[in-house]
Design a protein around this ligand. Structure first.
Ligand code: PXP
Length: 238
């Protein structure tokens, strides 16, 4: 059964709307843990649009489950990550104009750089996961780079949910997962997963971790974060 990593960036997005103190994503991390989250995921973006450096430092102190830092291949952020030592880093692409991480990291197009950064983190005892589109060349490149894990981008599947492409995008995901695990990679998935579409992904044999943010934080507005996390955990378990 996959573990649930709760992405709390969206709590910081709300706080940054007023550049104040509330709601505090660190409180959200505590609540999510109380509700049974197996991990806390946060993305320290170069533009600091939501999570701030202070948030990462505080998370490091209060998170007792897996702390998963999403980050771009940027020297400044790499240095911060090596200093902070989260349990895991997930390397993602970053574009200034995007609303959220739109596509996977092009590992195949920058293998040397990804391999070098992966090696740095591995030497520091930090697990490396590469956020990639569920395409064969990216899976193969991720394995060559020495990463322990890949996170398959579920955005295409989530967008296709309920439409003509649903089955095809799911088959693409399941196939990429099988290929990744066949190459010895631990397989995670995330992006756009919600209470409706999470079931089939959670059932892909061997999937180890699902990282989910927007849908959980959105539901939390109405039912509270503990209940929202518990409901998602229940769906993943069943
Ligand atoms: N995984 C990665 C690598 C992401 O970049 C994001 C979005 O920050 C997520 C998972 C969570 O996506 P969502 O907020 O759509 O659940």
């Amino acid at each position: 059964m996959p573990q649930l990593g709760v992405n709390i960036d969206h709590v910081a997005t709300l706080r940054q709307a007023r550049r104040g103190l509330e709601p505090d994503p660190v409180w959200a991390a505590v609540e999510a843990q109380v509700a049974g989250a197996d991990g806390i995921t946060l993305h320290l973006r170069e533009d600091r649009r939501h999570i701030q450096d202070r948030d990462l430092r505080a998370m490091k102190d209060v998170v007792q489950v897996k702390l998963n830092l999403e980050m771009a291949l940027a020297d400044e952020i790499i240095e911060i990550a090596l200093r902070t030592k989260p349990s895991q880093v997930t390397l993602v692409p970053e574009k200034r104009q995007e609303i959220t991480t739109e596509g996977g990291l092009d590992v195949a197009g920058q293998e040397e750089r990804v391999a070098a950064v992966t090696e740095k983190f591995k030497r520091a005892g930090i697990v490396v996961s590469l956020f990639i589109d569920p395409f064969e060349p990216q899976v193969a490149a991720a394995a060559r780079c020495g990463a322990e894990a890949v996170e398959l981008h579920t955005g295409r599947y989530a967008e296709a949910w309920g439409g003509a492409e649903q089955e095809a995008t799911f088959a693409e995901l399941a196939g990429a997962a099988q290929r990744a695990m066949g190459l010895g990679l631990i397989c995670h998935a995330g992006h756009g997963l919600n209470y409706q579409n999470v079931g089939p992904v959670a059932e892909i044999p061997g999937i180890a971790e699902l990282n989910i943010g927007h849908s959980i934080i959105s539901r939390a507005v109405f039912v509270g974060l503990r209940e929202a996390v518990r409901e998602m955990k229940r769906l993943i378990q069943n």
